[in-house]
Write a protein that binds this ligand. Structure first.
Ligand code: NDP
Length: 271
């Protein structure tokens, strides 16, 4: 029998996940079906219950349900617990496992796809919302010297750092305007690009070898990418992160890790 999976969100029509997982399944000869699933804004739990009862094996979760998914899961992986958010559910017949593959996807894109090591590097993380939370533990695991978290609302960044007390020596908090650069890697995990806005950091955050990554992606560079490129940084959007988080979810469900390079190239071509 074909195993079924889906991505749950609202809205969901724009999701690239069915195409990505379809390519992974074809590459690895896995007999799966992967669909989009629109859940009513007040109907996430009922949607998950229906999927479980219909025999689905798992689901991805996207906006706006990642926090609710963390509450609904009966078990959380360590990285999902650290993130407080879930983007991957596994229905294993014994409950609902919640995982978060966004952060490892981000790190894989920086290290493997962009070829930039994070070991002993200075990293600036802009934002302290769900995406930044999901990124923090995998970023720390990659061995940077320091991560400075800058956020519009300082108290949110301070609360996030307080949750990572074991790593306090490598974490710092700052307002956007006060950030002291330069940084080796800058990650824009704010949603400012959605409003064509750039977090107002000084140009001195950019050095000659800075990689600047915006988690957002679209058919043209974001305003943040333009700003960073204008100051000499190498830039990336969030498409690689999306493709890598999907590969991690696929590996979790199927026990086989797909290659990502050709999928990323084909997604990029059709952007
Ligand atoms: P949240 O709503 O949880 O957090 C939003 C963050 O952005 C907060 O830190 C908020 O600051 C900040 N922010 C919002 N507007 C502005 C602004 N105009 N100027 C400066 N800061 C601002 O969103 P998420 O964390 O879930 O998502 C953030 C981004 O990451 C989105 O663009 C999303 O598309 C992207 N993303 C990409 C993924 C991928 O696979 N590529 C995966 C997940 C997310 P404050 O605390 O002050 O409100």
């Amino acid at each position: 029998m074909t195993d079924r999976y889906c991505v749950i969100g609202n809205p969901i029509a724009h999701s690239k996940s069915p195409r990505i997982h379809g390519q992974y399944a074809a590459e690895l000869g896995e007999d799966i079906q992967y669909e989009q699933c629109l859940a009513p804004l007040d109907g996430f739990a009922a949607t998950v219950a229906r999927l479980v009862s219909e025999g689905y094996k798992g689901a991805n979760v996207t906006v706006p349900f990642k926090l609710e998914a963390a509450r609904l899961a009966t078990r959380l992986t360590a990285r999902a617990q650290a993130a407080g958010a879930v983007n991957t559910l596994v229905f294993d017949g014994d409950g609902i496992v919640g995982d978060n593959t966004d952060g490892v996807g981000l790190v894989a894109d920086i290290v493997r796809n962009a070829g930039v090591s994070l070991t002993d590097k200075r990293v600036l993380l802009l934002g302290a919302g769900g995406a930044a939370r999901g990124a923090l533990l995998p970023l720390l695991d990659a061995g940077p010297r320091q991560i400075v978290i800058a956020n519009r609302t300082l108290a949110t960044a301070e609360a996030l750092v307080a949750e990572f007390a074991d790593h306090a020596a490598r974490l710092a908090v700052s307002g956007f305007a006060d950030v002291e650069g330069p940084f080796d890697v800058i990650i824009n995990a704010t949603s400012a690009s959605l409003d064509a806005a750039v977090p107002p950091v000084p140009a001195s955050v950019f050095g000659p070898d800075t990689l600047a990554l915006d988690m957002m992606y679209g058919n043209k560079p974001t305003v943040f990418m333009d700003f960073a490129a204008g100051h000499g940084a190498a830039v990336r959007d969030g498409l690689g992160m999306l493709v890598e988080q999907a590969a991690e979810a696929f590996a979790l469900w199927r026990g086989k890790r797909p290659g990502t390079a050709h999928v990323l190239a084909s997604m990029r071509q059709s952007q």
